[in-house]
Design a protein around this ligand. Structure first.
Ligand code: GLN
Length: 380
């Protein structure tokens, strides 16, 4: 300011002094680092690595056998990948070994149906209430709808709502391409052996389909066999933990893929999806998971687990041994340890709680913090 109180627009000429330049560089660097979702990423990953190693010790549970081909997987496999909403990535173990998605397909299947028809239409056909029952239980809600899109009946219904205007090949290719988008261009394969095996033995899913048809639950002109076939194909889509972590990060980022920077899902779609992952994503362990871990997640009987820390990062663990409810034993252990260490539980920031470590970006919170920062410039 000049003496008369008006702003002095004159800038000193010439180059900045060396010492000031160095300080500004350092400040800029720390400010930019502070802009990242997880500023001290290496430190964070070192701790996550320790959690991975501890979970790897666990050998509880059994691989799924009710789909015969799933029993062929090596039970020792364990992969972990994470991706922040700004694209920082980390992986351990079998993170590049492909596995079939099984029920981790369901959140994106629900998003696809939502974007095609809108929330009102989709929820005419499928509820949004936890069932409190097993994922393939022969049960519908009191209106004759599947309880939610995260269990088999609801996912079959979402398949019925997925591009019925296309032929079967077109429908499959459409789903595959949507997955490729949310996973940042990752290779989305198909496990034909699992598909054939499940189609051969999937009586329960056929029963669910007939049950819903009996209740007149499907949209007009639904071809039941084509719908079930699409459902089996979706469950047999194949990605690795790296790709699923990017898909989870796309959900964490409100629909923007951190790898491509493209918006691939609408924020409202993602909000709905995360809400149902929080309440229904872990089968009839969902209430316990919401209570003790407090994050939206989705598991699959291949041992995959997709976990979302909204606005921060997406995680995928893959370990085929399951507990009696169908969730990956190591995956759930990993999540427990993660939220013990870091303040990621949805309600960890409640006032009065003991503070856990919070690795995410901290914004400037007060005028005095801003003044301190600016003071560093003023001193020179
Ligand atoms: N394809 C499996 C089934 O229909 C999916 C179940 C799961 O992963 N929970 O039984």
């Amino acid at each position: 300011m000049s003496d008369d109180g008006t702003r002095d627009n004159q800038r000193p000429g010439g180059e900045l002094p060396h010492s000031l330049r160095q300080q500004l560089d350092a400040l800029l660097e720390s400010t930019l680092a502070g802009q990242q979702a997880i500023p001290r990423f290496d430190e964070f990953c070192a701790e996550v690595s320790g959690i991975f190693d501890a979970a790897a010790e666990s050998r509880g549970g059994d691989v799924a056998t009710y789909i015969p081909e799933l029993a062929c997987v090596d039970p020792e496999r364990f992969g972990l990948a994470l991706c922040t909403v700004d694209g920082q990535r980390f992986a351990r173990g079998d993170a590049t070994v492909p596995f079939c998605l099984q029920s981790t397909y369901k959140p994106i299947g629900y998003c696809i149906a939502l974007e095609e028809h809108g929330e009102d239409v989709v929820h005419r056909y499928v509820g949004r209430e936890p069932s409190g029952r097993g994922f393939n239980e022969l049960t519908l809600d009191h209106e004759g709808r599947p309880h939610n899109p995260m269990i088999n009946a609801g996912a079959i219904m979402c398949c019925a709502l997925t591009r019925p205007d296309l032929d079967p090949a077109g429908r499959f290719k459409y789903v595959q391409s949507r997955w490729r988008e949310v996973a940042g261009g990752a290779r989305v394969g198909f496990d034909n052996a699992v598909y054939l095996s499940e189609r051969e033995t999937g009586d329960r899913n056929f029963a669910l389909g007939y049950f819903m048809r009996e209740k007149k639950g499907f949209p007009p002109d639904t071809d039941l066999m084509e719908t079930l076939d699409l459902y089996f194909q979706c469950c047999s889509l194949e990605l690795d933990a790296q790709g699923v972590a990017v898909a989870a990060a796309t959900l964490a980022g409100g629909g923007v893929c951190p790898v491509t920077g493209k918006r691939v899902l609408e924020p409202r779609t993602v909000q709905n999806c995360l809400s149902l992952m929080s309440s229904c994503g872990m089968y009839d362990f969902s209430g316990e998971f919401a209570f003790s871990i407090g994050l939206p997640a989705k598991s699959g009987v291949s041992g995959a687990l997709m976990i979302v820390v909204p606005n921060v990062l997406g995680i995928c663990t893959w370990s085929p041994r399951l507990d009696r409810l169908g969730n990956s034993v190591r995956g759930v252990e990993f999540c427990r340890a993660l939220v013990q260490r870091f303040a990621f539980h949805t309600y960890d920031n409640l006032r009065g709680l003991d503070k856990k470590r919070d690795p995410r970006r901290r914004a400037l919170e007060s005028w005095s913090e801003l003044a301190t920062l600016l003071g560093q410039f003023a001193e020179d």
